[in-house]
Design a protein around this ligand. Structure first.
Ligand SMILES: [Zn+2]
Length: 166
């Protein structure tokens, strides 16, 4: 999967996630690395697996719900990692619109992981309302910088993002 509207570091990140090559606790444990805990550092309710941290953790679900609501694209039920990164969307979108949506999904996952690390290494928590704004800002910044021959209005981006691809 490629997407030239996000920086290379985000593309590499998605590549690593979809090939399950992130230093997630349950994977480190399988390789015999001694950890204090294999539980999710965000919720402490479950084992930290890739699917958990990106999709099923209540913190991740809360963030995805906000992102889906912002785009008006239904709900996150039956979401999987592969599904979440593919840029699938219900409704009518132009090819640019689909690419914008995929960029948002990748930004969301990238920031989930970044904030998971903030929690692990600095004990900082990520709250839902801030999370959405951070995703909106970061994706806007990444996309605007890379989109040729089109300018996306910030207010449109916040209020009606799916119209920005038309
Ligand atoms: Zn969790």
């Amino acid at each position: 999967m490629r997407n030239n509207l996000v920086p290379l570091k985000a593309e590499v990140f998605v590549w690593r996630v979809t090939r399950r090559r992130l230093p997630i606790r349950v994977e480190l444990d399988k390789r015999g690395i001694d950890l204090n805990s294999v539980r999710c550092p965000l919720c402490d309710d479950n084992i930290e697996s890739l699917d958990h941290v990106f999709i099923f953790c209540k913190h991740a679900l809360d963030v995805w719900e906000r992102v889906y609501k912002w785009w008006g694209v239904g709900s996150v039920t039956n979401l999987s990692i592969e599904e979440a990164f593919r840029g699938n969307i219900s409704g009518q979108l132009s090819s640019l619109g689909i690419k914008l949506w995929q960029s948002v999904e990748w930004t969301c996952a990238y920031l989930i992981w970044w904030n998971r690390n903030q929690k692990v290494f600095s004990n900082k928590s990520w709250e839902g309302p801030n999370a959405l704004l951070e995703i909106q800002l970061k994706s806007y910044k990444w996309i605007s910088k890379r989109l040729k021959r089109k300018r996306i209005d910030w207010i449109d981006w916040l209020t009606n993002p799916s119209s920005c691809g038309s």
